[in-house]
Design a protein around this ligand. Structure first.
Ligand code: F0G
Length: 458
């Protein structure tokens, strides 16, 4: 008999989580103004809010914490991380930051000014936020296939070279760089192919632009390349990663994802001059060059984490678990983004809850149902997240209205996954009874989803 799959690790430490009753959850979510970010973690049973900073570090990473060098300048931990970044990404220069959006803030302080245009593939919300905050504009050039959840395209994260070239032609003098997000989180954790990265590089060279990668889930992207892009099937993950980054000028990194640490980020640079310009802002916003927002011990754990996340057996475990959830939902007939993403399953809320008007936030409504049903916390990637148009003040209705179930790295077992899938099936079975959503009673002018307050529409 063929042996079944088993995880390439065992558990050395456990963390208690808290079951609750439906009645308790209905009260808690009312108090939280129907915003899942306002819940206390102990009011949640299975927390799939994000895969960011929620992973479990390995015994080797915990051991690295003890070896951290907390010197203000020149810490050995800085050099350990510098070495790992050089080895894995091939970048000579780097700046540590406290997380990914801090890397964006520092780099964009150099690269983005008022009136600029920044083309990319579905910029993440903080990326777009940092662009729009500087009165510049992000233009999405993702391929059209990404916006139909039923199309099975192996690289739905790809940039459409025609759309990109049109933008480059039209706004040439307003564009300093192109940003490519690996994997494309907003489109459903979808990868970008190496062929596509090469096309982006060629266009950037043709128009004299820089290429920056938003690299939060670079290792998952590399795994998809190995699995889906025939010519790389025999390449190691490390070699694929090297090849990917050989086509970029700089990277921003949220280390809380594929760095498998709880906090941290960095910027990688090929060019010394750009590094020097960014250094000024890093010292102002983050900290001195050799720690920039990170403790020495955390830099050590990150150096180790970057190596672990680029191991094939780790990535096989990771992607199998995400797909295990996706497949159960598909078997129940639940509409999800296909193929399955790298870090999360994205439920198509428009198809799941067709009776809820879009003005009443379909994805948020589904995410709230899931919490009330089973204490499972996902997150809305839809109209709330899309904010209002900065010019017209109108709600922006994105092409896709998702509930994202992000799987933390090395944290939950397949039994937790079964629990989540069953909860969703129960809601799916009674979806025709759900006709109303929510209305906003408070919202902030930017990144409103974090602090929005809602009430049910009766
Ligand atoms: N880029 C991408 C693609 C991201 O997914 C995130 C964060 C960031 C940048 C910002 O990094 O959180 O370290 O400041 N994504 C998290 C998520 C929050 O849940 O997807 P950060």
């Amino acid at each position: 008999m063929e042996l079944p799959y088993a995880e390439p690790f065992r558990i050395k430490m456990v963390e208690h989580i808290y079951p609750s009753t439906r009645q308790q959850r209905e009260e808690w979510i009312r108090q939280a103004k129907y915003n899942l970010f306002n819940l206390r973690s102990q009011q949640v049973f299975v927390d799939l809010l994000t895969d960011s900073g929620t992973g479990a570090m390995s015994d080797h990473q915990w051991a690295e914490l003890m070896l951290g060098d907390e010197s203000y300048a020149g810490a050995s931990s800085y050099y350990k991380l510098k070495q790992a970044i050089k080895e894995i990404f091939g970048f000579e220069y780097f700046l540590p930051t406290h997380q990914g959006r801090a890397a964006e803030n520092v780099l964009f302080s150099v690269l983005v000014k008022e009136g600029d245009i920044v083309p990319g593939n579905s910029h993440f919300d903080t990326t777009k936020g940092h662009i729009e905050f500087r009165k510049a504009q992000a233009i999405d050039c993702t391929i059209d296939e990404a916006f139909d959840t039923d199309i099975e395209h192996p690289f739905k994260g790809n940039v459409d070279p025609n759309k990109l070239e049109d933008v480059l032609k039209k706004y040439n003098d307003k564009i300093r760089f192109i940003i490519v997000t690996l994997t494309n989180n907003t489109a459903g954790g979808q990868p970008v192919s190496l062929e596509n990265l090469r096309q982006v590089r060629q266009l950037a060279d043709k128009y004299g632009k820089l290429v920056v990668y938003d690299s939060a889930r670079f290792a998952e992207n590399a795994y998809f390349i190995k699995m889906r892009e025939a010519q790389y099937k025999d390449w190691s993950i490390r070699d694929i990663v090297k090849e990917m980054f050989s086509l970029a000028d700089a990277m921003t990194m949220s280390s809380k994802k594929d760095g498998i640490v709880n906090i941290g980020g960095f910027i990688g640079f090929r060019d010394r001059e750009l590094f020097r310009q960014a250094t000024v802002f890093n010292i102002m916003f983050e900290g001195f060059v050799t720690y920039g927002g990170m403790a020495g011990r955390d830099m050590n754990a990150l150096a180790r984490g970057l190596h672990e996340s680029t191991e094939l057996d780790y990535l096989q475990y990771r992607m199998r678990q995400v797909a295990y959830l996706g497949q159960q939902l598909v078997d129940y007939g639940i509409p999800v983004q296909k193929p399955f993403g790298g870090h999360a399953i994205f439920i198509d809320a428009r198809k799941f809850l067709p009776h809820v008007p879009k003005e009443e936030f379909q994805a948020q409504t589904l995410a709230l149902e899931l919490y009330k049903e089973a204490g499972v916390r996902g997150v809305e990637i839809g109209t709330l997240l899309a904010d209002r148009d900065p010019v017209t003040g109108e709600n922006r209705y994105p092409k896709l209205e998702f509930v994202r179930l992000a799987i933390p790295r090395r944290v939950y077992t397949d039994n937790h996954i079964d629990y989540v899938a069953t909860a969703l099936k129960n809601i799916f079975d009674r979806r025709h009874e759900i006709n109303h959503g929510y209305r906003i009673i408070y919202e902030a002018p930017i990144l409103r989803h974090f602090t929005v307050e809602l009430e049910p529409v009766e």
